[in-house]
Design a protein around this ligand. Structure first.
Ligand SMILES: Cc1cc2nc3c(=O)[nH]c(=O)nc-3n(C[C@H](O)[C@H](O)[C@H](O)COP(=O)(O)OP(=O)(O)OC[C@H]3O[C@@H](n4cnc5c(N)ncnc54)[C@H](O)[C@@H]3O)c2cc1C
Length: 291
C-alpha cells in the first residue's frame, strides 16, 4: 500500500515553497485520475512521501478572455468551462470538449490542469487547446517558464513538467476576425466515455477562403499533434478548391504515418477520415458556402 502524508496549500507561494523544500511530492487537484491510480497501487506512485492538495489555491483558478489574449487557471474544472458564458460565446469548442468529459460528478471535480498533466493519450482537453496554439505556464520557486502545449507531452502519461514545478495556467491568443470551430468525439458509448478519437478544427476565414487552420486530433497518436499536412492542404485555399473527403484522407494518411499500422488502424483510419471530412463540410456550410 502507498503511504503518504497529506499537505494542504492555501496560496501559490505556499505550493512553491513546499515543492522547493520537500522531495517526492505529488500534487492533488480534483483527484479523479490520481486517487484512482493510488487506489489501484499504480507502481508509478510507489515513491510518494507527500500528497499536496492545491484545491484551495485561488491564484490557480479562473477564466480570463481578453480581446487579444486569454488564460485559464489550471484548477478550473470542466464544469466551470462548460458553464462559462464567455467560453460559450468566444471559444465554444473548449466548452464542447469539457462537456464531453466523464459525468456531472467528474466534471465538477476534475480540472483542466489535471487533465493535461496526467497526459493520457485519450485526454479531451488537448486538441482544442493545441488548435489555439496554447502555452502552459509552469512555475517553480525561481520563476516561470512557458512551454507550447504540443511540446508538453513526451509520451502518454509523461510530460516535461519538473518535480518542483506546478502548472499555473494555460495561455493563448484569441482567434481574430471571422472564425469557425468544431469539436467532435467518438467514444464507445454516449455517456462517461473515454475518447477513441476526438477532433478539433479551428479556422480563420476571409473572402470565402481559409486564411489559417488547425486540425488537431486526440487519441489518434501517442501524443496529440496538429495534422500539418491537412493544415497545409486547407490553408490559403478558396472554399471552391476544397474537397472535404480529400482533407479526411490526408489526415488519415498522416495519422498512420505517425503511428504505423496497428491493431486499431482498420477502425481509426476511416473514422478519422470521416471526422475531418465532416468538420470541413460543417465549416463550409456554416460559412454559407453551398458549393
Ligand atoms: C469515471 C471517469 C471518467 C472520465 N472521463 C474522462 C473523459 O471523458 N475525458 C477525459 O479527458 N478524462 C476523463 N477522465 C479522467 C479525469 O477525470 C481527467 O483527466 C481530469 O481532468 C483530471 O483532473 P483532476 O483535477 O482530477 O487531476 P488529478 O487526478 O488531481 O491529477 C492528475 C495528475 O495531474 C497532476 N496535477 C494536477 N494538477 C496539477 C497542477 N496544477 N500542476 C501540476 N500537476 C498537477 C497530479 O499530480 C496528477 O499526476 C475520467 C475519469 C474518471 C474517473
Amino acid at each position: 500500500m502507498v503511504e503518504y502524508q497529506l499537505l494542504r496549500a492555501h496560496s501559490l507561494e505556499e505550493v512553491l515553497e513546499i515543492l522547493a523544500e520537500k522531495k517526492k511530492v505529488q500534487i492533488l487537484a480534483g483527484g479523479t485520475d490520481l486517487l484512482v491510480d493510488l487506489h489501484q497501487q499504480d507502481p508509478k506512485f510507489e515513491n510518494i512521501d507527500y500528497l499536496l492538495d492545491i484545491t484551495d489555491v485561488a491564484e490557480l483558478k479562473g477564466i480570463k478572455l481578453g480581446p487579444e489574449e486569454g488564460e485559464i487557471g489550471a484548477l478550473t474544472t470542466h464544469a466551470e468551462l462548460l458553464s462559462s458564458p464567455e467560453i460559450k460565446e468566444k471559444l465554444p469548442f473548449i466548452g464542447a470538449a469539457a462537456s464531453s468529459i466523464g459525468s456531472t460528478q467528474i466534471r465538477n471535480r476534475a480540472t483542466i490542469g489535471g487533465n493535461l498533466v496526467n497526459a493520457a493519450a485519450c485526454a479531451d482537453s488537448f486538441s482544442p487547446l493545441i488548435a489555439l496554439g496554447a502555452e502552459l505556464v509552469l512555475r517553480n520557486k525561481g520563476g516561470a517558464r512557458r512551454v507550447l502545449l504540443e511540446d508538453f507531452v513526451e509520451w502518454p502519461n509523461q510530460t516535461v513538467l519538473k518535480d518542483n514545478e506546478v502548472l499555473e495556467k494555460i495561455v493563448f491568443k484569441m482567434p481574430q476576425g471571422e472564425y469557425y470551430s468544431s469539436y467532435q468525439k467518438i467514444g464507445r458509448r454516449n455517456a462517461v466515455s473515454i475518447s477513441r478519437l476526438s477532433l478539433t478544427l479551428l479556422a480563420e476565414v476571409e473572402n470565402e477562403a481559409i486564411k489559417n487552420v488547425q486540425v488537431v486530433s486526440g487519441a489518434a497518436t501517442p501524443a496529440p499533434v496538429p495534422f500539418r499536412e491537412v493544415n497545409k492542404y486547407l490553408t490559403a485555399k478558396t472554399f471552391a478548391e476544397i474537397d472535404p473527403a480529400e482533407a479526411g484522407e490526408i489526415a488519415a494518411d498522416e495519422m498512420v504515418g505517425i503511428t504505423g499500422e496497428r491493431w486499431s488502424t482498420p477502425y481509426k483510419r476511416p473514422a478519422l477520415s470521416k471526422l475531418v471530412e465532416r468538420a470541413v463540410k460543417d465549416l463550409l456550410e456554416e460559412a454559407g458556402y453551398n458549393g
